[in-house]
Design a protein around this ligand. Structure first.
Ligand SMILES: Cc1cc2nc3c(=O)[nH]c(=O)nc-3n(C[C@H](O)[C@H](O)[C@H](O)COP(=O)(O)OP(=O)(O)OC[C@H]3O[C@@H](n4cnc5c(N)ncnc54)[C@H](O)[C@@H]3O)c2cc1C
Length: 340
């Protein structure tokens, strides 16, 4: 049964149950964290499923969050993932369910988000990846590459309007940095934004309208943008007067023909995640679309750092899952056939 336990509510309840003690010692008051340091666990019995004893280092909140994510993934995601993988189908209802549990943008405080720790975010990624990498990827993009930049670099009005809907999984977001000719070197991006002083709007031009761009690559071999084909909110990076700037595009606000997001069909992995291209043709957006506090490559890189943190937790789980299944396979064979 789906546990209808929203992390935000859980955290509020925990905070209420643990008021700061007025008689706390000075050392406690100045402790950098509100949880005890890891126990000296040199003699904890070895557990092959948690070789690093991660479980022994978690706070009460983190354990609860892990349990919530685990129950959901095992009971709700797992039964649906084989068909989703086979048919390359992303189910928006799953995002809404994750949102209802507080799993999206979990580290953000306020705006309908759980305000959980980075470890908790890692644990969520870990539990999702235990079942499927595609949904972990979609979750990472929504949390780290869409909600994070809006929260960190966005105007208050944009945050208040979009973050609660993204946290609830009602809106799906994507992050467009990679270009057909520029993946590892995003500074070479061709996407350009121009400011139209007469209207106060920004105009975003698609790269393949530039005469020096290789149109053949744009036609499908690269440009991988997770969630793009279904995204309602697109965080797109483009150069404005030579500086990399972030823009928050809302699909519903763009006129027909300004935006195309064709899907890349037939991936060999992450099949349940929608991956595609973003083509912008003189897309006109209002002055509120720019992320005012993001200037330069440091901004998208901070998003990628956040995403990589979750991806690392997910990858750890992916390798553990693979190790366990291989071990199980080996153990199930007769001893004489286990080697060679
Ligand atoms: C499933 C999927 C989802 C993705 N989702 C997104 C997304 O949501 N948003 C987004 O913006 N991007 C996304 N990407 C794009 C991804 O981030 C890029 O693939 C990545 O940045 C690498 O760029 P590239 O594919 O152009 O490879 P290239 O830059 O062409 O690199 C190819 C290889 O050369 C190596 N290489 C490149 N330059 C050097 C160098 N100077 N020295 C040594 N080695 C080098 C690279 O390490 C790599 O192994 C996604 C990709 C995939 C596959």
């Amino acid at each position: 049964m789906l546990r209808r336990l929203a992390l935000a509510q859980t955290r509020r309840a925990h905070r209420a149950a643990r008021p700061l003690s007025a008689s706390a010692s000075s050392a406690e008051e100045h402790a950098p964290f509100d949880f005890p340091p890891p126990a000296k666990d040199g003699f904890v019995p070895f557990d092959a499923s948690d070789a690093l004893n991660v479980g022994g280092r978690l706070t009460e909140d983190e354990q609860l969050i892990r349990e919530t994510a685990r129950s959901y993934c095992q009971e709700q995601l797992l039964p649906r993932i084989v068909a989703a993988n086979r048919h390359e189908a992303f189910d928006r209802a799953i995002f809404r369910e994750m949102g209802a549990l507080g799993l999206l943008g979990a580290t953000i405080d306020g705006y309908g988000c759980a305000g959980a720790s980075s470890n908790a975010y890692g644990l969520i990624a870990n539990e999702v990846e235990k079942v499927d990498s595609a949904y972990r990827s979609a979750l990472s993009v929504q949390s780290s590459l869409v909600m994070h930049p809006i929260h960190k670099f966005g105007a208050e009005e944009t945050k208040a309007r979009l973050l609660p809907q993204l946290a609830a999984g009602e809106l799906v977001g994507c992050f467009g940095l990679t270009e057909p000719d520029h993946g590892s070197d995003p500074d070479g991006m061709k996407s350009k934004a121009e400011f139209d002083a007469s209207t106060g709007e920004y105009a975003l031009n698609r790269a393949n309208l530039q005469p020096d761009c290789n149109i053949r690559v744009l036609n499908g071999s690269k440009h991988w943008i997770t969630n793009a084909p279904i995204a309602d909110v697109l965080v797109v990076w483009a150069k404005l007067d030579g500086d990399v700037r972030g823009f928050v595009l809302e699909r519903s606000k763009l006129a027909p023909g300004m935006l195309e997001t064709p899907k890349i069909e037939g991936k060999f992995s992450l099949r349940a995640s929608e991956t595609g291209s973003i083509f912008l043709a003189d897309a006109r957006v209002g002055p509120d679309a720019i992320l005012p506090k993001a200037k330069g490559l440091g901004a998208p890189f901070s998003c990628l750092n956040s995403a990589r943190f979750g991806i690392a937790w997910g990858a750890l789980q992916g390798s553990t899952r693979e190790r366990n299944s291989q071990l199980q396979r080996l153990i199930s064979r007769p001893v004489s056939t286990r080697f060679g």
